[in-house]
Ligand binder design. Structure first.
Ligand SMILES: [Cu+2]
Length: 182
């Protein structure tokens, strides 16, 4: 009987710990995070995710940190005639009851000064800091941009190597060098 009580209370503790972590940013969730696998010569990588604000208050994403990079920035891609460039933005509004999606070609997260190489399908973690004082950990799946996967109507997984068809603007390295070399 004592044994049962012991097991029960330790399960309780575990549940409590997980629950209090969720409370750090109640109503604010992060989904579908991924990071573009950088080429071996690069020490930076672009990341994308979806932010869902289910609260009735506006909140700003004010800072991002990661143990795997020296610096993590918010970038906005700008298309100006033939040029694609990007600017750093200091924060991002996630309006009340709204979703904000960071997508290739638009806003993205930029990890720079990577501490190690990323392998495809690996999970890396970043911490998102919000204006309400909360912090939330987000998981990013490392995706190899040269490989596209899709599932057809019959449920068969198709893997396609798209190396040769990738538009140049999808390569983050390309616009990184905008300022100095073009
Ligand atoms: Cu960028």
């Amino acid at each position: 009987m004592h044994k049962h009580i012991g097991i029960f209370s330790s399960v309780c503790c575990l549940t409590l710990t997980v629950f209090s972590f969720d409370c750090a940013a109640e109503g604010l969730t992060v989904k579908n995070g991924w990071v573009r696998m950088p080429p071996p010569v690069s020490d930076s990588a672009a990341a994308y995710l979806e932010l869902h604000n289910e609260t009735s208050a506006d909140v700003y994403l004010t800072a991002i940190t990661s143990d795997d990079a020296d610096m993590v920035m918010l970038h906005q891609t700008q298309h100006d005639q033939h040029l694609t460039s990007m600017v750093e933005i200091s924060n991002m509004l996630i309006p009340a009851n709204s979703d904000v999606n960071l997508l290739p070609g638009k806003h993205h997260i930029m990890l720079s000064g990577l501490h190690r190489t990323f392998s495809a399908n690996e999970q890396i973690f970043i911490q998102l800091h919000f204006s309400d004082g909360s912090t939330q950990q987000a998981m990013l799946e490392v995706r190899d941009p040269r490989i596209q996967t899709s599932v057809d109507d019959s449920g068969t997984l198709k893997v396609r190597d798209v190396t040769s068809t990738l538009p140049a603007m999808h390569d983050h390295m390309q616009h990184m060098h905008m300022g100095d070399s073009r």
